[in-house]
Design a protein around this ligand. Structure first.
Ligand SMILES: Cc1cc2nc3c(=O)[nH]c(=O)nc-3n(C[C@H](O)[C@H](O)[C@H](O)COP(=O)(O)OP(=O)(O)OC[C@H]3O[C@@H](n4cnc5c(N)ncnc54)[C@H](O)[C@@H]3O)c2cc1C
Length: 504
């Protein structure tokens, strides 16, 4: 299988090797549909992540002549999988669910509705939950794990005494009280933790801090409370709702397979052209048309553009005319999630059911037993904080990653465990993501979300980072891509300036 330049892989025998095999690689990287003479298109879609792929599919299947321009050599953006020795490693976005309606539509449309795998399976020898806080360690059953996580997460989010059941009823709705949202958006997760600290035991605090850091990939003073509350509501206002929906099921075939199906569908229309390995540097809107320029100086023209680059990448593209002050301010504030995600395969089947939290952790803060590999090793998914944080680890420091992982194990087990493989993608040093999944800092969502969603002349924006609904998740990407395509398809050309901005 051909390899993308993204990601890396380490084993004791090969050492560290850059690049990973994936079915998401697009070769050849350039293709012109027969109708694309003269590089004039109806729509240029920038980015081939879920938002871009869905937008391109919806536009081409509705008769539009579309060019996709993507900086990477592969499909999928912040979701893709690599198959190594018969096992699918999801390098970015992984868990999806039928309670995520937009991505589930894609899953069922392309016949993958029976293709589920479950993470966290019971029955291996080390079937328990370890919490480490400094030199202290606790061991719990998974039932106890659910109880403590559910209890602290609910306490944290219960800012109105009624679990937001009335004050934030509709997770996908845009009609919440702006005053309440603005009020919650003034508070950081650190401040909220301090508000409830007296009600938490040391164990509760360790679990809650690790849980929040695993969600937001930043120190708690950089994470906005509003983002956490939104995810609580998305988790159906239930203590374990978020975990059950968003950390549980994944596609057996891997996300790159679903990307290929969407991409192939768009190609089958005969109206899809594309450029991979083509980073967009400039977007110039000239009223009737818009020109997109790539790093090698190539220019392409279209009536409309759908820009799907992540929030943290937006300011690296030069817009003419410049983006509104609000968009610029939001792009400069960015999203704060710079976590590391690391796959660790442990020799033998013993740890498939094991889970761990570590607070503050020595580079990694959680481990989740996933499944057995074809070689009967325990595949673990682990997350760590921002590598530049005091408790972070740089991914190219393999010894550091190994000891960070081992530090989460019960002390008496550390000597016996053998790490057979490490696989990861450095999303933070990646110029096309500059971070992982979106977690917004304090004061951002209530202030800039509408502005981020609004078109800029002929340019529409679609991204999981500022979608409604599952903002920060795969589902949000699909939703926003679908909405951008729909706007283009339903709006007469002469009334583009009347495109309504979506609201929070
Ligand atoms: C480590 C990790 C774990 C995650 N886990 C989950 C999970 O379990 N479940 C879940 O639902 N979500 C998860 N997410 C979040 C989810 O993957 C993202 O929210 C979603 O995939 C974003 O899709 P998108 O299309 O909005 O953006 P992206 O996928 O980032 O797509 C944007 C595209 O634009 C391209 N691009 C950027 N700049 C340029 C440029 N200048 N020129 C041309 N192209 C450019 C990028 O290469 C990319 O392909 C995770 C993300 C990460 C990184």
């Amino acid at each position: 299988m051909a390899a993308s330049r993204d990601g890396f892989h380490w084993t004791p025998s090969t050492g560290l090797q850059d690049g990973l095999p994936t079915i998401g690689l697009v070769q050849p990287a350039h293709f012109d549909a027969p109708c694309a003479a003269g590089h004039n298109y109806d729509v240029i879609v920038i980015g081939a992540g879920y938002a871009g792929l869905v937008a391109a599919r919806d536009l081409t299947t509705q008769g539009k002549n579309v060019l996709v321009v993507e900086g990477r050599d592969r499909l999928g953006g912040r979701t893709w999988h690599s198959t190594i020795d018969g096992f699918n490693y999801e390098m970015g976005g992984t868990w999806i669910h039928w309670h995520m309606p937009h991505i589930y539509r894609e899953v069922s449309l392309y016949g993958l509705h029976n293709d589920w795998l479950v993470t966290q399976n019971p029955g291996s020898r080390e079937d328990y939950f370890t919490v480490t806080a400094g030199s202290k360690q606790w061991a719990f059953t998974h039932e106890e794990e659910d109880t403590v996580i559910g209890r602290v997460w609910e306490k944290f989010c219960n800012v109105d005494g009624n679990d937001l059941r009335e004050t934030w009823k509709f997770a996908f709705g845009t009609g919440q009280s702006p005053e309440l949202l603005a009020q919650w958006d003034k508070v950081t997760c650190q401040e909220r933790l301090e508000q409830i600290q007296s009600e938490l035991s040391p164990l509760d605090t360790a679990v809650l801090v690790a849980f929040l850091q695993q969600m937001g990939g930043a120190s708690l003073d950089r994470m906005g409370l509003l983002n956490a509350l939104h995810w609580w509501v998305l988790g159906t206002h239930e203590p374990l709702g978020l975990n059950r929906i968003a950390l549980h099921t994944r596609l057996s075939c891997g996300h790159s397979e679903l990307h290929r199906r969407i991409f192939t569908h768009a190609r089958s229309t005969g109206r899809l052209s594309y450029r991979f390995n083509a980073a967009v540097t400039h977007i110039k809107d000239m009223g009737n048309t818009t020109t997109v320029t790539t790093r090698d100086g190539s220019t392409y023209t279209a009536s409309s553009v759908v820009c799907t680059v992540p929030l943290n990448v937006l300011s690296s593209i030069v817009f003419d005319p410049p983006l509104s002050m609000g968009k610029q301010a939001a792009a400069n504030a960015g999203q704060v999630n710079h976590c590391n995600k690391v796959h660790v395969d442990l020799r033998g089947p013993d740890y498939m059911s094991w889970t761990a939290f570590s607070s503050p952790g020595q580079g990694l803060i959680c481990a989740i037993g996933d499944r057995l590999t074809p070689h009967n090793d325990s595949h673990m998914v682990s997350f760590g904080p921002d590598p530049s944080a005091e408790n972070g680890v740089q991914l190219n420091n393999i010894d550091g990653v190994k000891s960070a992982f081992l530090a989460m194990l019960p002390a008496e087990k550390r000597q016996e465990v053998v790490i057979n493989r490490i696989v990861s993608h450095n999303w933070n040093d990646d110029e096309f993501s500059k971070g992982t999944w979106c977690y917004l800092p304090v004061g951002t969502a209530s202030k800039y979300l509408e502005e981020l969603q609004a078109p800029h002349g002929n340019v529409l924006f679609a991204s999981a980072d500022f979608s409604d609904g599952w903002r920060g998740w795969i589902d949000g990407a699909v939703q926003s891509g679908m909405q951008a395509a729909h706007r283009i398809l339903t709006q007469p050309a002469e009334s583009k300036s009347l495109w309504p901005a979506a609201s929070l």
